[in-house]
Design a protein around this ligand. Structure first.
Ligand SMILES: O=C(CO)COP(=O)(O)O
Length: 134
């Protein structure tokens, strides 16, 4: 599965702990991330990650473009709801595209736990069929 990992600055520590905790699962999949999130996860876990631009520089839009091309299966986006982001329209657009294409999306760690456990159990295998029909 192709998985996007994104975290706003105040959620990056959470993301690193999360990626570390589920490293064994993540290592079986193809990982993508916005620039700084990806770098931090790579440094902390050694996982191989395709890094896009940093979020404020267009990284969210790059991930959105992958979704629009049916090239992303799961998005884990640890948003910071208490800090305004200069690229808020990009954040909203990414979330919107997940809804347009029915891509499983977690916007906080609680939901991400459920999705990653589901991923391990095979609950997201239907995405392979969707992608093949692409
Ligand atoms: O801003 C972000 C998502 O909207 C995350 O970007 P970085 O991972 O580059 O910090």
């Amino acid at each position: 599965m192709k998985i996007a990992l994104i975290a706003h600055d105040k959620k990056k520590e959470d993301m690193i702990r999360f990626a570390t905790a589920y490293k064994d699962i993540f290592s079986k999949h193809e990982l993508f991330a916005t620039g700084t999130t990806g770098l931090r996860i790579q440094e902390a876990t050694g996982l191989s990650i395709h890094r896009f631009q940093s979020g404020p520089l267009g990284g969210d839009q790059e991930i959105g473009a992958r979704i629009a091309r049916n090239e992303m299966d799961l998005v884990l986006f640890f948003r910071d709801p208490l800090t305004s982001q200069p690229h808020e329209p990009d954040v909203s657009a990414l979330i919107r595209l997940c809804d347009v294409y029915s891509i499983p999306l977690a916007t906080n760690m609680g939901t991400a736990e459920v999705l990653v456990r589901g991923l391990k159990r095979g609950d997201i295998e239907w995405r392979k069929i969707e992608r093949d029909q692409g």
